[in-house]
Design a binder for this molecule. Structure first.
Ligand SMILES: Nc1nc2c(ncn2[C@@H]2O[C@H](COP(=O)(O)OP(=O)(O)OP(=O)(O)O)[C@@H](O)[C@H]2O)c(=O)[nH]1
Ligand SMILES: [Mg+2]
Length: 211
């Protein structure tokens, strides 16, 4: 029996160099690059996961954080069902920017958009907790006040990356969004969830364009 498929349009927003593309690369290809090039415009990638008996196909728009691309963002978040607002836990300015993105999404994106606030680069804190410049409590407070999911992640080690996407997938009302039947995705059970970041064949559904 094939699983029903639900497509979820997801956009990543956040200051330049916080690790948006690295989060996507970890999720889609289970890979990491120390010297990732800044994104120009936006990149589009897809990835499928199975959540319970449902296949979720994430259609991911990875936007460019550099200020010169800021005017393009509405084009990508306007029809999005989900957004990751990413900041770098070692860069306070990136958290201020994240607050702005949350506000803008609530004012201008779809009313039912699911937003996850994501504090990335927590691997840096393993060597030296003094590198933390955004308190976990402060981010949790914002998430609670604004009704956001909240995760601290490392694209470098894979910590919590799959949890972000699965958390989003579980919050989207799947039944009403079914658009086709197929079963090509990864099978994710509760036990396997923690290992998803280590799944080797995750890239087969990926595609990218420099549009
Ligand atoms: N230590 C550490 N470095 C990271 C992590 N994620 C990304 N980086 C590094 O941070 C730099 C920027 O990462 P990108 O993924 O290109 O950041 P971005 O948010 O996509 O940047 P723009 O495309 O310019 O908006 C790269 O050198 C990455 O290797 C992480 O979790 N930990
Ligand atoms: Mg990028």
């Amino acid at each position: 029996m094939s699983n029903p498929i639900t497509s979820i349009k997801l956009v990543l927003l956040g200051e330049a160099a916080v690790g948006k593309s690295s989060i996507v690369l970890r999720f889609v290809s289970n890979d990491f690059s120390e010297n990732k090039e800044p994104t120009i415009g936006a990149a589009f990638l897809t990835q499928r996961v199975n959540i319970n008996d449902h296949t979720v196909k994430f259609e991911i728009w990875d936007t460019a954080g550099q200020e010169r691309f800021a005017s393009l963002a509405p084009m990508y978040y306007r029809n999005a069902q989900a957004a990751l607002v990413v900041y770098d836990v070692t860069k306070p300015q990136s958290f201020i920017k994240a607050r702005h993105w949350v506000k803008e999404l609530h004012e201008q994106a779809s009313k039912n958009i699911i937003i996850a606030l994501v504090g990335n680069k927590i691997d840096i804190l393993e060597d030296n907790e003094n590198e933390r410049k955004v308190a976990r409590e402060e981010a949790e407070k914002l998430a609670e006040e604004e009704g956001l999911l909240f995760f601290e992640t490392s694209a470098k080690t894979g910590t919590n990356i799959s949890e972000v996407f699965l958390g989003i997938g579980e919050k989207i009302p799947l039944k009403g969004l079914e658009d086709e039947h197929n079963n090509n995705g990864l099978n994710v059970t509760e036990d396997q969830r923690i290992n998803l970041a280590n799944t080797a064949n995750a890239s087969e559904n990926a595609s990218a364009c420099s549009c």
